[in-house]
Design a protein around this ligand. Sequence first.
Ligand SMILES: [Fe+2]
Ligand SMILES: [Fe+2]
Length: 263
Amino acid sequence: MTESTTFLVLTDLHMTVEPRAGCPEPESRLRAGLAHALTCVPDASMILLCGDLTHWGDEASYRKLKPLLDDLPVPVVPMLGNHDDRAAFRTVFPEVPVDPNGFVQRVIAIGGYRLIILDTLLLRDEGAPVIHEGELCADRMAWLDSVLTEAGDTPCIIAMHHPPHGTGFAAMDALMLREGEAFHDLIERHGNVRHLLCGHVHRTISGVYRRTPWAVFRSTVGQMPLMFNGTDSTVENHDPPACGIVILNGDGILVHTEDFPSE
Ligand SMILES: [Fe+2]
Ligand SMILES: [Fe+2]
């Protein structure tokens, strides 16, 4: 039997201190999702939290999130999304590694792959309005170039909150990674990236773009309805929440999703 390594993906937790009107309560959803995922996959080697850890990016929400992750039996890898705040996150999670420029990016060796964690949260001046598009500035792109070079022939998986290409939803495609084509140029040049794992869209979607397979996962809270031409990126429905299950084996990469009970 081929040896395999499995890890879990939960995304778009949108933690808040107070519940938002009309939205699922994020703490109980996260507890339910973690419990269900770890029951389904008790030998999971890691839990990836694929960004939008909080809704408002406030320190209090990160402080509410932290104890929910502290006693888990496997390592947790938190990532940033457009609803996060890098400074507040780093204040509450100082132990999470960052790159030399302070971006929440790192490389994890897992199951014969290099899992590259990207920080696509757009840089903005303190107090400036939140912009929900994703960004890989020159420094982050250079870091990615260097870790892909270092990986050489080792296959890589990239986890990033913002998809670097359209996913078929007009409202969300307006908020994807700004440097999507440059990102794809870079990974195509290296030729060692086997899969992309993303959040942001709050829906189960997968496909291939410029020959690279990708997957987007449902949120632990509200989901994106099937409105391809909708113009409102904030619309949510009450489809069940889900977690991702990524299996790395000698033959390749399997990406499953598993709904979890929401009440
Ligand atoms: Fe989100
Ligand atoms: Fe997002």
